[in-house]
Design a protein. Sequence first.
Length: 195
Amino acid sequence: MDLGELLTWVSTVCLAVVLAASAGLRAWLPLLITALLARFELLRLGESFEFLASTPALVLFSLATAIEIVGDKIPAVDHVLDLLSTVVRPAAGALLAAAVMWKIDDPLVASVLGLVVGAPTAFAPHAAKSTVRATSTVTTGGLANPVLSTGEDLASAGLALLGVVLPIFALLLLLAALGYVLWRTRRKIKPGAAT
């Protein structure tokens, strides 16, 4: 394997992880972005996953994205969507991770890798987001949730687009953000730690 091929593999895996993490914040938005980019041949999908760029898929992803984004701004509806998303977001992460692994010819192997890489990667931001939302609901009566939701929309879209353009940088940025959150969380739970 030469350096160019190794870099392609590393970029592909980074993109798979970043898209899956993006799906942990919004299930449908990264699917829509990925499908649109593939439709306009700005992103390559595995042969078995080219259906994601089809017109019916784009219509479905657009409708689901609109419902998810609008519904997430409505108190009580946001909690129902979050509950349903416990299954949907990891599934979307697995699908996205598998779809961009175009270097793998066997769709079964790509699907298994997508499941192994994408589902847990998507679940982590989803779980963190749910915890933040529960805290926000308790402390602000849910009034801050629409603001948090808008930030999640922007973070999901931005992460997905950055992952397509600069996958290695996007993964490093994602890891730095995760490290910061873990550091802040650890400081808050240590007795006597300053915030």
